[in-house]
Design a protein around this ligand. Structure first.
Ligand code: ADP
Length: 174
């Protein structure tokens, strides 16, 4: 039985993430979408909010489980008995980052393999940072995220008012 982990910040989850998770879930027996709580990174959404949004997306998919985690991804894989880490690749810069991470993870835990799936063409430009930035400026993100995520972003930016420096926080790559 192949159990895989799709780790990410998902701040917030968008259609590019969903596409990778659904395609990966067809290749494995169980997919854990694992929402990372990085203490050093400031997020727009709290871990609980990010997990709830991801859970909402995958609730009709029996092969997919949503969990929160912190610490090393390979340690988390070992803990739950997962043999595979799934990642998504957009542009060349993703490749460089994922290549480095993949090799480091392999050094730490040689039994855990990285499965990198190329993005679908229509999601090439999509990142959580782009979605946050457009949403913060009242742009239309309806083609980029599910309805519940769009509503959560609108609520969040209404709550924050004009003062939302957190939006400028860059992800590790985007
Ligand atoms: P992280 O902080 O771990 O990079 P993200 O939530 O930004 O977390 O991304 C999680 C995974 O989803 C990463 O492997 C990333 O490359 C992938 N990903 C993000 N956006 C897309 C997209 N548009 N198409 C395919 N994969 C994507």
């Amino acid at each position: 039985m192949i159990r895989a982990v799709f780790p990410g910040s998902f701040d917030p989850i968008h259609n590019g993430h969903i596409d990778i998770a659904l395609r990966a879930s067809k290749l494995v027996d169980e997919l854990y979408v694992a929402v990372y709580d990085k203490p050093l990174k400031s997020f727009l959404f709290s871990p609980q909010e990010r997990i709830a949004l991801v859970e909402g997306v995958f609730k009709g998919y029996p092969k997919i489980t949503v969990v929160g985690y912190s610490g090393l991804t390979v340690k988390f894989c070992k803990k739950i008995g997962a043999q595979v880490i799934v990642r998504g690749l957009r542009v060349f810069s993703d490749f460089e980052y994922e290549f480095r991470m993949g090799l480091a993870n392999h050094r730490l835990e040689p039994d855990v393999e990285v499965l990198a799936l190329m993005t679908s063409e229509e999601h090439t430009f999509l990142s959580s940072t782009t979605v946050r930035e457009i949403a913060s400026l009242d742009g239309d993100i309806s083609s980029m995220v599910p309805k519940a995520v769009e509503q959560a972003l609108i609520r969040k930016f209404t709550e924050l008012g004009d003062n939302h420096p957190v939006v400028l926080t860059q992800s590790t790559r985007d």
